[in-house]
Design a protein. Structure first.
Length: 497
């Protein structure tokens, strides 16, 4: 297989620099780029006995640049092994970037990547991208770009298409061996209107545009990115990441991911939404992608970062960008439920349990500390109205802490990392409303050195945030302004294999 000089250079660079990174400078069980910059997850797929995850990658600096595809594999979603970079921007249709896309196993056992090629040539306005969809086929390590790329261009899709925003194809295989695919597109010249286009293909190479699956009704940001579409628990689910969302009671402002549940008409290839919700209420969660596991689970991963806060990093780390912990998702009563992949249970050790702890003044509990832990607390009032504020602080030392506050009267949960030791003034706090279940609230906190993921009420809501406090800051404290009872179950997360 011929490798371009751009790919050879990237592979050499990541091998030299990436493999020298001290593991303590990475999270324990979350994926980071081999070196340099990472954004969206790409090509999340099961192929040749393991899960493959590619990612938007610029190895040469901790900033976004001409996009490559980095590559890692895993068998359990927790231990990741790097593979050589899979794609470099080295052919005519993708010479300015290999943007996001997906992967699928073909009928004859090959691994097909479908991704967005970016080319700036002929652009009337400097910096405006032209985007088309391209294919590369490989064996799980090396990929050859299809010689007649692009496989989907602007011909055949609606005439009001904005050619600068047509990207992020997500492909899947139907039971009859044909392929389905969704990609996003902007309608207006001024990038104001996202929609999801639906395609079918007999061979993964030739595509027919079928319909607009769903279009922005004006309430979900502007352009949409990174769609994923699948059937789950008897209904249809569209995940996509709208840009520039306005703050409303329904959504937080900025870029985020939305889950739309609804009906799908196979004749017209159109979706009728019935419900929608924010996928993650934290700051750092974007651009989801899912995989169907061999045992039938739908597992979702996302970029654990936020475009608006990419200045929030630790200059001492040789990477920027992490992936979330993969989550098992399901739909219950038209709502998305997310749980950490069950594989994490094999990774837990040193169980510590406390029951009926009365929290008033700030307390710590023996053995409840750490930065690579799985901690569940359940709160319930001592008597009705016995407290109006509960606070848990983690990654605490004498100077710094990150906090989660719960206000039971308003059912309001607040996150704040402004005291986590940062000098960067970007958004550091979020608040949103939760449901108490007969006065009880359950929070499961997964810490992995530089991140916190909080699963609320067994995955009804999730909040994901990164933090870069010195790793020695590992204390956890609890406080209430009145009296609240708390059950605690805590595990250290470490390798038991
Ligand atoms: C989303 C995104 C995608 C695009 C990629 C470029 O974060 O903007 O739409 O393909 O990143 O790196």
């Amino acid at each position: 297989m011929n490798q371009s000089s751009a790919l050879i250079k990237a592979r050499k660079y990541e091998e030299e620099k990436g493999d020298r990174v001290d593991p303590i400078l990475r999270p324990l069980y979350h994926l980071t780029p081999r070196i340099g910059w990472m954004n969206d997850p790409n090509g999340f797929s099961w192929y040749n006995g393991c899960y493959h995850l590619f990612y938007q990658y610029y190895p040469y600096a901790k900033k976004w640049g001409p996009m490559h595809w980095g590559h890692a594999v895993t068998k359990d979603f927790l231990h990741w092994e790097f593979k050589p970079a899979a794609l470099a921007p080295d052919s005519a249709p993708d010479k300015d970037g290999c943007f996001s896309g997906s992967a699928v196993e073909t009928g004859d056992g090959r691994h097909l990547l479908l991704y967005t090629g970016v080319n700036l040539d002929g652009s009337p306005e400097k910096g405006v991208f032209f985007q088309v969809q391209c294919v590369a086929i490989g064996d799980g390590v090396d990929y050859e770009k299809y010689e007649s790329n692009p496989v989907i261009d602007l011909s055949g899709i609606p005439a009001d298409t904005n050619p600068h925003d047509f990207r992020d194809p997500k492909i899947w295989r139907e039971e009859d061996g044909t392929y389905g695919c969704v990609a996003v597109n902007g309608v207006d010249k001024d990038f104001t209107h996202g929609r999801v286009l639906y395609f079918t293909s007999k061979d993964g190479i030739h595509y027919d545009y079928r319909s607009t699956l769903l279009e922005n009704d004006g309430t979900m940001g502007k352009m949409w990115e990174c769609p994923d579409f699948f059937e789950l628990d008897g209904t249809y689910v569209l995940l996509m990441s709208p840009q520039d969302v306005l703050q409303t009671p329904r959504f937080n402002c900025g870029n985020q991911t939305v889950c739309i549940v609804g009906d799908y008409d196979k004749e017209t290839c159109k979706m009728t939404p019935k419900a929608d919700m924010t996928v993650d209420y934290g700051i750092d969660f974007y651009a989801t992608q899912t995989v169907l596991t061999p045992d039938g689970r739908r597992v979702m991963i996302a970029w654990m970062q936020n475009w608006d806060t990419i200045k929030f990093t630790d200059p001492a780390l040789p990477w920027l960008g992490m992936m979330t912990l993969p989550r098992e998702i399901s739909i219950v009563n038209e709502r998305l439920i997310q749980k950490p992949v069950r594989e994490i249970e094999q990774f837990r050790t040193h169980q510590v349990i406390y029951n009926h702890v009365l929290v008033g003044d700030m307390i710590t509990l023996d053995a409840i500390r750490g930065r690579t832990i799985d901690l569940t607390i359940e709160l319930y009032p001592e008597t009705f109205g016995s407290y109006t504020k509960f606070e848990m602080r983690f990654a605490v030392n004498e100077n710094y802490y990150t906090s989660i506050v719960y206000r039971p009267r308003e059912n309001r949960l607040e996150f704040d990392r402004s005291n986590s030791g940062t000098r960067v003034a970007v958004m550091h706090d979020r608040h949103f409303f939760v449901r108490n279940r007969n006065g009880k609230l359950k929070l499961r906190l997964l810490l992995d050195r530089y991140s916190s993921e909080v699963f609320i009420n067994d995955g009804e809501q999730v909040m994901t945030n990164v933090l870069y406090t010195d790793l020695a800051a590992d204390q956890i404290c609890f406080y209430s302004d009145g009296k609240v009872l708390m059950d605690v179950e805590k595990y250290d997360l470490m390798d038991r294999t």
